[in-house]
Design a protein around this ligand. Structure first.
Ligand SMILES: [Zn+2]
Length: 283
C-alpha cells in the first residue's frame, strides 16, 4: 500500500509527495465526485506542467496530480477541492445521471506525455521537436487531430508511469469510492484527444476498478488478521458492517472492485453469507 490519500493529499511510502499548488480551483459545492478523468499534458515534464498550472499566464487550468514519465508524482490541487481539468464536457455516468461540466463531478490525473506526434524526415517528433523513438502508431477512436487520416504516432506511456497512475487511482477509489474512469477524449470528444490510443484504458480500468469480469479470481481466500475482519455491505468503509469474520474464515471471491472483494463467506464448505472485505486482510 505504497500510495494513499490523507485529507486530500497524496502520500507515498508514508510521506507527502511534492506539492506545487495551483490557484485554479474551486469548491465541489458538496458534490462527492465518483469519476476519475485521465489526461496527457502535451508537456516535457511533470514539473513544467505543474509550474504551468500555477503560472499567472495560465488562463485557468489545473489538475489534482501530474505524474511524470518516471512515475514521480506532483500534487497541484487537494482532492477535497475542485480542479479545473475538464473544461466544457458532458457524460452520462454509470448511474444514469447526465453530467455537464465534469470539473465538479470528477478528479483529474495528468500524465506527462507529448500526445500526438508529427512526422519528420528523421521520424516522429513532439510539436516542440523532441524525437520519440518508438511511438504507438494508431488512429484515435474519435478521429485524429486535424482530421489526419490513418495511423499517426503517439508517445508511449512508460510502465513506471502507468504503475504510479494505477496506485494513485486505486488510492482515489479507496478514499472516495470512485466507480468510473474515463478519458478527457470521452467527455469532450470533439476537442480533446487525451489520454489517446497509447493509453490502454481497458487494462487501466481493470487494474484499478477490477471490474474485468473475465478475470479468474476464484481461489479460496482466508482471513489473516487476529482481530478479525469486517464484512461490509459495500466496497468501502462507508458501508455498514454486516459481521466480524474470525481469523481463518474461508472466503470465496466473487468480484473485485479496487482493493475490495465481494465474497461468499464459507461455512462447512457452503456459502452462507455474502459481503465486501478489504483485500489487504485476506490471502
Ligand atoms: Zn485533458
Amino acid at each position: 500500500m505504497a500510495v494513499s490519500i490523507s485529507r486530500g493529499m497524496v502520500r507515498k511510502d508514508g510521506r507527502a509527495v511534492p506539492v506545487v499548488p495551483s490557484p485554479y480551483k474551486s469548491s465541489f459545492d458538496g458534490n462527492q465526485p465518483k469519476i476519475l478523468v485521465m489526461h496527457f499534458t502535451y508537456g516535457s515534464s511533470a514539473a513544467s506542467s505543474a509550474e504551468w498550472f500555477r503560472s499567472k499566464q495560465n488562463p485557468g487550468s489545473s489538475a489534482h496530480v501530474v505524474i511524470d514519465r518516471d512515475g514521480s508524482i506532483i500534487q497541484c490541487v487537494s482532492f477535497e477541492e475542485c480542479a479545473w481539468h475538464a473544461g466544457a464536457s458532458s457524460w452520462r455516468d454509470r448511474h444514469g445521471n447526465r453530467l455537464e461540466g465534469l470539473n465538479r463531478h470528477s478528479f483529474g490525473i495528468e500524465l506527462s506525455n507529448w500526445g500526438y506526434l508529427q512526422k519528420s524526415a528523421s521520424g516522429w517528433r513532439s510539436y516542440t521537436g523532441a524525437p520519440i523513438a518508438d511511438p504507438v502508431l494508431a488512429q484515435h477512436k474519435n478521429g485524429n487531430p486535424d482530421e489526419t487520416p490513418g495511423l499517426i504516432g503517439w508517445e508511449p506511456y512508460p510502465a513506471e508511469q502507468i504503475d504510479a497512475a494505477v496506485e494513485v487511482a486505486r488510492a482515489i477509489v479507496d478514499a472516495y469510492g470512485v466507480d468510473e474512469i474515463v478519458g478527457h477524449d470521452d467527455i469532450a470528444p470533439t476537442r480533446k484527444w487525451d489520454p489517446g490510443p497509447a493509453f490502454d484504458m481497458q487494462k487501466f480500468r481493470a487494474q484499478v476498478l477490477g471490474d474485468d469480469r473475465s478475470s479468474n479470481d476464484s481461489d479460496t481466500l482466508s482471513v489473516i488478521v487476529d482481530e478479525g475482519l469486517n464484512l461490509r455491505s459495500g466496497p468501502s468503509t462507508e458501508f455498514p458492517t454486516v459481521s466480524l469474520l474470525a481469523r481463518g474464515t474461508l472466503l470465496q471471491p466473487l468480484e473485485r472492485r479496487g482493493r475490495w472483494l465481494l465474497v461468499s463467506v464459507m461455512k462447512n464448505g457452503v456459502p452462507f453469507s455474502t459481503g465486501w472485505v478489504h483485500g489487504a486482510y485476506v490471502a
